[in-house]
Structures are given as structure tokens and as C-alpha cells.
Write a new protein. Structure first.
Length: 127
């Protein structure tokens, strides 16, 4: 006689065969390899993006540096021109001052040449 139907809770599985273990190990190695290759691809993509960003930033900074250097050169040239004008203006002021002193404040032969006598007053320097 046959016993009744076998229930699944009564079935004891056999241990996996050696071939199944090797196949499962191969699948694990393949999965790990694919996983590592995917991570390497992500890292490479990220590195390329970072490199591209760094290059763009460096180019922008390089352009700003060149513009600043050009502006510095312009300002130095302008400064040189202003300094030359200041020197010329000082020369003219000294020349005019000497001319005023010679014409109005130094007597020649006891007489003053062109102008009124120097008066005493609060701004003359004499009391």
C-alpha cells in the first residue's frame, strides 16, 4: 500500500551537487566583477566631469587674470602720464614763483622794476 500524498514539509532537499556550487560561485564572481566594473565606470565618468569643470574654472580664472593684468598696465601708464604732468606743473609753478620774486620783490639799482611798492600787511610776512 501506498502511504498518502507527501507534503512539502516532509521533503528533505538533497545537498547541492559540486557542479551547482561551482556554477553558483561563478555567478557570484560574475556579479562581483560586473559590480566593480560599474563602479569603475561611475568613477571614470565622475572624474571626467570634475576634470571638465576644473578646466572651465581654470580658463575663466585665466581670462580674469589676463584682464586684470591688462588693466594694471593701463593704470600704470596713466599713472606715469599723471606723474609727468605733475612734474611739469611743479616746474611751471617754480618758474612762475621765481619770475614773481624777480619782477616784484627784488629791487634793482635801489628801485623796483614793474609794479607797486611792497606793502606791509597781514599777508606780506612783515609786521
Amino acid at each position: 500500500m501506498h502511504p498518502g500524498p507527501i507534503e512539502s514539509s516532509q521533503i528533505v532537499p538533497f545537498a547541492p551537487s559540486r557542479a551547482e556550487k561551482v556554477a553558483n560561485n561563478d555567478d557570484s564572481s560574475d556579479n562581483a566583477g560586473r559590480s566593480i566594473m560599474g563602479l569603475l565606470q561611475q568613477a571614470a565618468t565622475s572624474a571626467k566631469e570634475n576634470y571638465g569643470h576644473a578646466v572651465r574654472v581654470a580658463q575663466g580664472l585665466s581670462l580674469q587674470l589676463r584682464a586684470a593684468e591688462d588693466r594694471i598696465n593701463e593704470l600704470e601708464a596713466e599713472l606715469h602720464q599723471v606723474q609727468q604732468r605733475a612734474v611739469r606743473a611743479e616746474d611751471w609753478l617754480q618758474r612762475i614763483s621765481r619770475e614773481i620774486e624777480n619782477r616784484f620783490f627784488e629791487p634793482s639799482d635801489g628801485h623796483q622794476q614793474h609794479g607797486p611798492a611792497r606793502q606791509k600787511g597781514p599777508y606780506s610776512g612783515k609786521a
